[in-house]
Ligand binder design. Structure first.
Ligand code: ADP
Ligand code: MG
Length: 249
């Protein structure tokens, strides 16, 4: 019998990172199911982005464990964690501004495509179909030939989500994906996330409470590096501690 196996896709236990004695993430436990859409909220500086940095290997933890499909991620290189199926979108969109939407998706396709080969070699039908399918999902079907620099800020956010989707990660992590979006774009993003999580697990960090209400199944509230509360939106909204430190502001 294996001792520590769990049915969770992601098991975070006793996770801590200390920057010169300051614990940005302080003894966090968090479990994400397969197919779960989890929202992480909390005031500025709560440790939300740092938590994602730890999961994707950008920042090394001081202690604790991060198991993905029962495999320890701590100590693995970022690219290795991506290969294992963890995709992460940063707060600011990182896309190739001078490539088209199509080319941005093409270079993100996992099988050995780099920027140059995408420009100079013909794409296979399989990849082409996949690019069109993803473009439709991210509302950019009619903008495939457009240079990415000409997209609106919201469209750039979608494109980056598409660039992750085309890699088909089992776990997708999004840091404030609706920042800077219009009301309409926020609604479309909520619909997009609900569709995405049918085929994978998603962790979304978000500030905007209207948006959280639209998408949330389960919410984790962070405060000063610790889990302050966890539950559905209603439970969290009625939690005294949460009202005090976050919603009450
Ligand atoms: P959030 O995303 O919830 O707003 P962060 O995770 O970005 O918060 O930051 C949590 C705290 O950790 C902040 O006080 C921030 O200044 C601090 N912090 C984050 N990264 C570092 C670092 N590399 N070195 C020192 N302090 C850091
Ligand atoms: Mg942040």
């Amino acid at each position: 019998m294996l001792g520590n196996n769990s049915d969770y896709l992601l098991s975070i236990e006793d996770l801590t990172v200390s920057f010169d004695g300051f614990k940005a993430v302080d003894d966090i436990n968090m479990y994400i199911d397969t197919g779960e859409l989890r929202v992480v909220i909390g005031p500025n500086g709560a440790g939300k982005t740092t938590l994602l940095d730890l999961i994707c290997g950008k920042t090394a933890a001081s202690s604790g464990s991060i198991k993905f499909n029962n495999k320890e991620l701590r100590g693995l290189a970022e690219h290795k964690i991506v290969e294992l199926g963890v995709g992460r979108k940063f707060q600011t969109p990182s896309i190739y501004e001078n490539l088209s939407v199509y080319e941005n998706l093409e270079v993100s396709y996992p099988e050995g495509h780099n920027v140059l080969s995408a420009i100079f070699f013909k794409t296979t039908d399989k990849i082409d179909n996949e690019i069109h399918r993803i473009a439709k999902e991210i509302y950019l079907e009619d903008s495939l030939e457009m240079e990415a620099s000409l997209l609106s800020h919201g469209q750039k956010q979608w494109l980056e989500i598409g660039m992750l989707l085309i890699q088909d990660p089992e776990l997708m992590m999004l840091d404030e994906p609706v920042a800077g979006m219009s009301v309409k774009e926020r609604e479309q993003t909520a619909d997009l996330l609900k569709r995405i999580c049918k085929e994978r697990s998603v962790i979304v960090i978000e500030h905007d409470m209207d948006f959280v209400e639209k998408i949330a199944s389960k919410v984790t509230v962070l405060h000063q590096g610790r889990v302050l509360a966890e539950g559905n939106m209603e439970e969290v909204q009625n939690n005294e501690k949460v009202i005090e430190v976050y919603l009450g502001h």
